[in-house]
Design a protein around this ligand. Structure first.
Ligand code: ASP
Ligand code: MG
Length: 423
């Protein structure tokens, strides 16, 4: 069995859904578990819907709902000739339910409510895709992800209960794939022991594919994307990019840790555990081989990779009494940063200074001063770039820092990280 994951862009309109079915038709008589995301930008819209719900703004709520409804009905109209087709009734029921939600009591736990509501994006897309495949005479069935992935109740960032999920997947997926060739399920969604919907974090559908492949011991996972595969840099910022045709699990984990956004960072780990190959391929050019991620590390060092994070702030703490920055002081600083939910991208210390690099939107320097200003001088530099280069060489470092001031340079044998200021 193979797991295929199709993201929002691959099902963003009727033509895109037809393209997905054309890709599936290339795999006749194979057992495929298809994981699908919400269509296009639906998840963002549903997030706005949650905000309107909590603001109790009916005008905005109803407006967003109308938009979402029109969008999905339009896609359905491009796929199904017959107006009385059952999918329309299913859509009608879902949108009626969402509309009723506005007058129901609001949950105190907004994350809980978020998950119950935002999961509808995947529900709708999987229903439409499954109905289309059936209509096209594929041997196929819709499968409820809520029967598969068991999680804790950490809403919006639910953690997987692997034992239970393993059991549920074996119970529900394998027998279904004996009856049909293609099972269509939702990415991003799990459920608690009580049966409430949870979500695995934004962009979590890749992770769903990894979880299900792990539990079913799939032969491979393919993530179908609108890019040719994993590139060595983001084409938005680099003129010349190269395809990484073959990299190891370890390299993929490192790249996503540093911020390469092609695959969700948690996806690779379960696959690595069971040595299940991960392919990243283009749904626009399904003939092209794309990227293979596997245990094979032979080619990892062939092409340098670049990951850039913009809008970084370098915050430096120095003790007011000229005492050393040691474990006790570090513990105090980390505790304050953790309380502000600031993620550290890089850190550096000397006898009297400790510096952390943080995304601009995650740090409020005034707040840090309020927490730590009594003992520490706090200085900061804004608008910096963090450039991480895997498999660097000296020429690359010189080129990257040309015409810029390098505030921090950290190197290991494989990875260089530069904090750069542009003039
Ligand atoms: N639809 C969800 C999101 O946009 C999950 C996903 O696409 O992976 O975050
Ligand atoms: Mg999405």
């Amino acid at each position: 069995m193979k797991v295929f994951k199709f993201g929002g862009a691959s099902v963003k309109d009727a033509a895109a859904v037809k393209n997905v079915s054309a890709i599936l038709a290339r795999y006749p008589n194979q057992k495929l578990l298809v994981v699908v995301s919400a269509m296009g930008k639906t998840t963002n819209k549903l997030e706005e819907l949650v905000s309107a719900l909590y603001a109790q703004d009916y005008r905005i709520y109803a407006g967003l709902l109308d938009e979402l409804k029109a969008y999905h009905y339009d896609i359905a109209a491009g796929l199904f000739a017959e107006k009385h087709f059952h999918i329309y009734q299913e859509l009608e029921d879902i949108f009626e339910h969402l509309s009723q939600l506005f007058v129901k009591p609001l949950a105190d736990n907004r994350s809980f409510q978020y998950d119950q509501l935002v999961a509808y994006g995947e529900l709708i897309s999987s229903k439409i895709l499954a109905a289309f495949l059936k209509d096209q005479r594929f041997s196929s069935a819709w499968l409820d992800a809520k029967t598969l992935i068991r999680t804790d109740n950490n809403y919006q960032q639910a953690q997987v209960d692997w034992d239970k999920t393993n059991e549920l997947c074996k119970q529900h997926i394998l027998p279904l794939l004996k009856e049909v060739d293609i099972a269509v399920t939702q990415g991003f969604i799990g459920h608690t022991a009580e049966g409430f919907t949870t979500t695995l974090g934004r962009e979590g559908s890749d992770y769903t594919a990894g979880i299900l492949a792990y539990c079913c011991e799939a032969e491979s996972v393919t993530i179908w994307k609108d890019v040719p595969g994993m590139l060595n840099a983001d084409p938005k910022y680099f003129e010349q990019t190269q395809l990484l045709s073959q990299i190891s699990f370890k390299e993929a984990i490192e790249l996503s840790y540093y911020g390469a956004s092609v695959i969700h960072p948690k996806t690779v780990q379960p696959l690595q555990q069971k040595n299940i190959a991960l392919y990243v391929r283009s749904f626009i050019d399904p003939e092209a081989p794309g990227t293979t991620i596997s245990a094979n590390a032979d080619r990892d060092h062939h092409i340098p990779s670049y990951i850039v994070k913009f809008k970084q702030v370098l915050v430096t703490f120095s003790t007011k009494d000229f005492s050393f920055i040691a474990e006790k002081q570090l513990a105090e600083i980390f505790a304050a940063l953790a309380s502000m939910k600031a993620n550290i991208n890089l850190m550096q210390n000397s006898a009297l200074n400790f510096s952390v690099l943080i995304d601009h939107h995650q740090i409020d320097v005034d707040n840090a001063k309020a927490l730590l200003g009594a003992k520490y001088h706090i200085r900061y530099n804004e608008n910096l770039e963090l450039v991480t280069i895997r498999h660097y060489n000296d020429a690359i470092l010189a080129e990257m820092s040309a015409n810029k001031t390098c505030l921090v340079l950290q190197k290991t044998r494989t990875t260089a990280r530069l904090v750069l200021q542009t003039h």
